[in-house]
Design a protein around this ligand. Structure first.
Ligand SMILES: O=P(O)(O)OC[C@H]1O[C@](O)(CO)[C@@H](O)[C@@H]1O
Ligand SMILES: [Mg+2]
Length: 444
């Protein structure tokens, strides 16, 4: 029987957590400071002297934050009045109680998940405390650029989707399953494109997403796509095309840019094939982890797709807009997603959100950060069952679509982890490997 292992943290010198906090997070902060400074003239144009003062103030707060991080200072209470400030300060008190004193809740001593989330929340505080520029998204440039630089891949994907739409009514069950697996894998590998792992460096999709699937297949370490398919087909309701359909599928989004397009294509496929009747998307309520989707990114991406002069891209955009208008697609951004909690705490700390997810027939979690939160970002043995690492989290049948970019991975076969380490020591953090990992609380 496995006890609950420790949280990953920078206490372990040389670990990925340690290198992330020592090197990558300060680099991301420096880029944020530079971005705000480069917008000085725009702030002046829009807000005059007040804009300049706000820019200066925000930069001095962020420089102080970087210094706190680099000198391992204690984590401080938040001082703005955003909707989640109380919950954040309560979580700090919880950490202080767990670690026994205030001093030891610090950047290099506390759980990695906590301090990395805290950094992005402090960045938001620095903007919120300077009202003229409170709504400035410091990561917007990188997100829009990553979308624009993936345009060839987006066009290829929308052309493939149009092909599916044209032939859908003649598809046999096996042909539908074949395309289901393809769009699921495209959404999986879309997760390679996060901008925090690359510390803001350009990380867009260059090659054709469909053609590269077969060469990527060997890098999927756990593949439960058949369980996802049977869950969609085991729901009581009947879809338009007379096949069994899930009432509702929730997609907990991750990165904007190309990855978001792969998720919208997956959602479109699920609805137009009749495998699902409704899709509920969950985004972030503030700029997060460099590239995560906010409401602005969601709407901007659909508008950009609609405005494209590529026939099938534009057609897809209009289809997606109408799904939103008709309520077939809904977008949510609960504040819990931008807090440091492990998901096993959701039922207690965000019961409304837990209740929302319980309405779904299937919940898809995109990306690495969600996987870290699903497993509590702890030092689990690789052969521990996914169901155990979830520690009671199970609002509905769920599946993680994740490329590995942090050193936590469970549900592997005995020896599988060791074998990977022997020929690729960075297999857990390079983003080269992925999992489609499913859990059904109702089958326990
Ligand atoms: O966008 P994703 O897939 O959640 O990745 C987030 C990345 O940021 C990290 O926190 C590392 O800084 C890892 O979780 C991951 O590398
Ligand atoms: Mg992300």
């Amino acid at each position: 029987v496995y006890g609950v292992p420790l949280s990953l943290s920078a206490r372990v010198t040389g670990s990925f957590a340690y290198l992330t906090i020592r090197d990558r997070l300060p680099t991301i902060l420096t880029k944020v400071i530079d971005t705000i400074h480069r917008h000085k003239n725009i702030f002046f144009e829009e807000y005059g002297e007040e804009g300049i003062n706000a820019e200066k103030q925000a930069i001095s707060l962020l420089s102080k934050l970087r210094n706190e991080l680099q000198t391992d200072k204690p984590v401080l209470e938040l001082t703005d009045n955003f909707q989640d400030v109380e919950s954040w300060n309560q979580y700090l008190q919880r950490q202080q109680r767990l670690q026994g004193d205030q001093e030891s809740v610090s950047w290099f001593k506390s759980p990695w998940l906590y301090v990395e989330c805290y950094m992005y929340r402090r960045i938001h505080e620095a903007l919120l405390l300077n009202p003229p520029i409170s709504n400035f998204d410091v990561f917007n440039e990188g997100k829009t650029q990553s979308f624009l630089e993936s345009s060839q891949a987006v066009m290829a994907l929308c052309t493939y989707l149009e092909d599916i739409h044209k032939n859908l009514k003649n598809f046999s069950k096996n042909q539908l399953l074949e395309h289901f697996n393809k769009v699921l894998q495209v959404s999986l590998w879309g997760n390679k494109c996060d901008l925090s792992i690359s510390a803001g460096q350009e990380n867009s999709q260059k090659n054709s997403p469909i053609e590269s699937l077969s060469s990527l297949q060997p890098f999927i370490l756990v593949d439960h796509s058949n369980l996802v398919w049977s869950t969609l087909n085991s729901s009581p309701g009947l879809g338009e095309s007379g096949i069994k359909a899930a009432d509702r599928v929730d997609i907990v989004l991750d990165n904007a840019g190309f990855e978001l397009v792969t998720d919208l294509v997956l959602a479109d496929f699920l609805v137009s094939s009749g495998l699902a009747r409704q899709i509920h998307f969950h985004g972030k309520s503030l700029p997060w982890f460099v590239s995560d989707v906010t409401a602005n990114d969601f709407q901007w991406t659909i508008r950009q797709t609609m405005a494209s002069n590529h026939k099938w891209m534009s057609k897809s955009g209009y289809q997606w807009q109408s799904y939103l208008k008709k309520g077939v697609w809904c977008y949510h951004d609960h504040p819990f997603w931008t807090q440091p909690h492990e998901f096993c705490d959701m039922a207690a700390d965000a019961p409304d959100l837990y209740g929302t997810l319980q309405k779904a027939d299937l919940v898809l979690f995109k990306g690495d950060l969600n996987y870290r939160k699903l497993t509590g970002d702890r030092d689990w043995d690789h052969t521990v069952a996914f169901s155990s690492a979830l520690r009671g989290f199970g609002p509905a049948p769920l599946c993680s679509l994740r490329t590995l970019k942090a050193n936590v991975q469970v549900g592997l076969q005995p020896g599988q982890g060791e074998k990977l380490t022997s020929h690729d020591p960075n297999w857990m953090t390079s983003g080269k490997y992925a999992v489609i990992q499913f859990y059904n609380p109702q089958s326990e």
